[in-house]
Design a protein around this ligand. Sequence first.
Ligand code: DLL
Length: 432
Amino acid sequence: MAIWNKDYETIDREELEQLQLERLQQTLSRVYRRVSYYKNLFDKISFDPFEISSLEDLKKIPYTTKDTLRLAYPYDMFAVPLREVVRMQSTSGTTGQSIIVGYTKNDIEHWTDLTARVLSAAGVTTDDIIMISFPYGLFTGGIGFHYGAERIGASVIPGSSADIEEQLTIIKDYRVTVCICAPTFLSQMCEIMEDKGITPAELSLKTALLGAEPWSENFRKQVEDRLSIKLYDNYGLTEIIGPGVSFECEYRNMLHISEDHFIPEVIDPDTGEPLGFGKKGELVLTTITKEAYPLIRYRTGDLTTLYNEKCECGRSFIRMARVSERIDDMIIINGKNIFPSQFEQILQDVLGKLPKFQIVIDKKDSFDEVEIQLEVSQDIFYDEMKRLAEIEKRISKEIEEKLDIIPKIKLVEPLSIKRRLKRKKVIDKRKN
Ligand code: DLL
């Protein structure tokens, strides 16, 4: 498969590190001169940004957190005057104050190239017809991929404002070959296809690029079998640029981080200690080409593991494991730390397929109670109605054994669990 920026993506490690160092030097001097937060921080720790001589020096700088960005709302983290900003995007702010991210002309140029890189690694070419099902607007998914897809020369359909049934009609009638969307969208599309009796053979779809939310290998297998297409993961976040930070290649064995633009680290989320390759922790990213909104050692909140073994595709970038959980997803139930993905794994193992589910946590007599709501659907539970009691028992038993929690299992009506981009799987009534 074609490599979009071959010179950079397959660059020799030593050369890459030299390039990173030069770009880091420029970025540090830029933030020192232009962002008061970084000037004060560097002065406070007596860090001279003009004297850095190795990538290791980066480790002397404290982490930047989302709280810092929130406090700087709206423009205090911008490193250019507003007249040089040609675009603004924003995080949703569902978990607090939103953050405005600015882009200069050069930032947009880089971003376009980065999303073209992601698409190219998934085999997208000028012959493809691409449906972008990510929302356009403040969210970076739609417009970020739109520019990259056009740069590749594919035919791009900015279809996301249509409802999902209309989008499916477009995918069918326009003979769409590539869909760029969230996993939630694709699983909803499968449900609608089933409902309407549309078979995969009626579509021309061959590839989907999924991102913006966690998804699993099991999901990949199920949807690939169901739709006869290939799925590729890609990762990014608004604060850093949007989509385009890391992506899967044709081997689909972890995500290559575009290290010519971002320096990755993984740290212990509790102590802040940097961890080596192969150890799971919080991803920290430093931007080294951004002009309007550069960030130094930004704590993403996403948990992953970094690997430096070379991939068969020839790219030299470090790879990261797929992100399946965020630090703030962690829930404490009767004193135990649990991630929703642990429930997900158990449901998948017991049922062989993953139903739509949500976890409702409440407190009764100072004891946390957990209810797992499972949505009944055509392919899960439907034929099994008679055996429901037995299935419920098996799920409860597994959860008790593996997580030491005795849950209540409740089956809910088809389509009663909300489908929304980035919807949280946990409803924590204890917080009300
Ligand atoms: O979700 C950017 C994006 C758009 C990435 C389209 C990929 C495709 P935010 O809205 O700022 O930006 O959300 C960023 O979403 O910190 C992760 O927790 C999560 N996330 C993004 N991609 C993935 C992924 C966009 N492939 C937050 N797997 C990040 C798991 C992901 N989680």
